[in-house]
Design a protein around this ligand. Structure first.
Ligand code: PMP
Length: 410
């Protein structure tokens, strides 16, 4: 991959922050946007902005055509059987809530079980807590190994005849663990349960094939994969989606309405009430084109080798603690860490002065921080535009921050 050519496509990276070149290491929170995505957004608003489906005029036809073409493009990106299995939503959070409400509340009975694990993002935890409370279902949790991977011994113990759904992230946004999702989906299916995959940190960074994974649902966000904010995707197996009731009611999703009752459109439109984020969907299609041109295998190799490079260097610095699987295990494009004696928020403020953007806090994943027995962590996350030189710059800045604090604290 020609990283310098990629960087030229990202105008935001050309700026200085506090007089230093911006080193953006927070793509796990949201990615930056390349020219083709910016152009697609600009072109939409400048030349064919219109509402979809209802209009019978040229702009509306064009907007509708591009919106539906975007759906087909996303289906191809994740190897879905067809566009009807792609629902446009706001983000991963909304996608998982859609399943928890529209599927969960209709299917879960008192005593049924939803299986999660401690590395889940709050987006894949809170919706299930709420649904469990509403239905009388129980939450059960797989164990993690000491290095932060799913403990297979717990899979056979926890999954059982009461399991209705297994919900698991493909890549942890804190540990960087890549979970063996295909095997977990198969284990869920063996006990007659469905499987939902949180793809927020995987779909942007690695080849994901829902047909090969055989997952029943996959949720992800456009903004973490070069597209604009406010567009996300829920993939669902068509037969499961067809059988589900809608989540939101309103315009666009109906077939016939009387004062007393209504019938729904077919999938996917049954789940898309109200005016959708047309520009967002179009930007997501442009993002899929961009990523596929680079090749998702190359995208994964690039991000994961930067994460391994950062991990190896951080492990050399006394007082720096890194989390997640060891260096010889696969890892997503991120490293969470702590520098002894420095709160992650203070660290990120110091790094910001050097032009480096990292994230600090609990990263919307408090349970995994409890599991690690730490209140918070710092996280450097990488994408297609990051370079080994930026990792070196981060490492040098960490060393300086450590020395500064050692000096201040005596
Ligand atoms: N799951 C994981 C693993 C994530 O990393 C994130 C984003 N931090 C989400 C879910 C939620 O994504 P969004 O805020 O776009 O809904």
């Amino acid at each position: 991959m020609d990283t310098q050519a990629v960087r030229r496509d990202f105008p935001i990276l050309r700026q200085l922050v506090h007089g230093k070149p911006l080193v953006y290491l927070d793509s796990a929170a949201t990615s930056q946007k390349p020219e083709p995505v910016l152009r697609a957004l600009d072109e939409y608003y400048r030349t064919y902005n219109a509402n979809v489906h209802r209009g019978v005029h040229v702009l509306s036809e064009l907007a509708t055509e591009r919106y539906e073409a975007a759906r087909a493009r996303v289906a191809r990106f994740i190897h879905a059987p067809g566009p009807e299995s792609i629902l446009f939503v706001r983000n991963t959070t909304e996608a998982i809530n859609l399943v928890a409400y529209a599927w969960g509340r209709a299917h879960l009975r008192p005593g049924d079980e939803v299986v999660l694990n401690p590395m889940e993002h709050h987006s894949n935890l809170i919706p299930w807590q709420l649904t469990a409370r509403a239905t009388g279902a129980h939450l059960r949790f797989l164990d993690l190994t000491p290095t932060g991977e799913i403990d297979w011994n717990s899979v056979d113990r926890v999954l059982g005849p009461r399991t209705r759904l297994l919900a698991v992230t493909q890549v942890s946004n804190v540990l960087g663990t890549i979970n063996p999702v295909a095997e977990l989906v198969a284990a869920a299916h063996r006990v007659g349960a469905l499987a939902l995959v949180d793809g927020a940190q995987s779909v942007p960074h690695m080849p994901v094939d829902v047909t090969a994974l055989d997952c029943d649902f996959l949720a992800f966000s456009g903004h973490k994969m070069l597209a604009s904010m406010g567009i996300g995707v829920l993939y669902g197996k068509p037969d499961i989606l067809a059988e589900m009731d809608p989540f939101f009611g309103g315009g666009e999703m109906i077939d016939e309405v009387t004062l007393e009752s209504a019938t729904w459109k077919e999938i996917p439109w049954k789940f898309e009430a109200g005016t959708p984020n047309v520009a967002g969907a179009i930007s997501l299609a442009a993002a899929c084109n961009y990523l596929d041109q680079l090749g998702m295998a190359q995208v994964q190799e690039h991000g994961s080798s930067l994460a391994h490079y950062a991990l190896a260097q951080m492990q050399q610095i006394p007082g720096v603690e890194v989390y997640g699987p060891p260096a010889d295990r696969p890892r997503g494009a991120l490293v969470a860490f702590n520098v002894r004696g420095i709160h992650p928020h203070d660290l990120s403020t110091i790094l910001d002065q050097e032009g480096i953007a990292i994230r600090a806090g609990h990263h919307c994943a408090q349970p995994i921080h409890q599991w690690l027995h730490i209140p918070a962590s710092a996280r450097a996350s990488f994408y297609i535009y990051n370079t080994p030189a930026e990792v070196d710059y981060l490492i040098a800045a960490l060393q300086r921050a450590k020395e500064y604090f050692a000096h201040v604290l005596g």
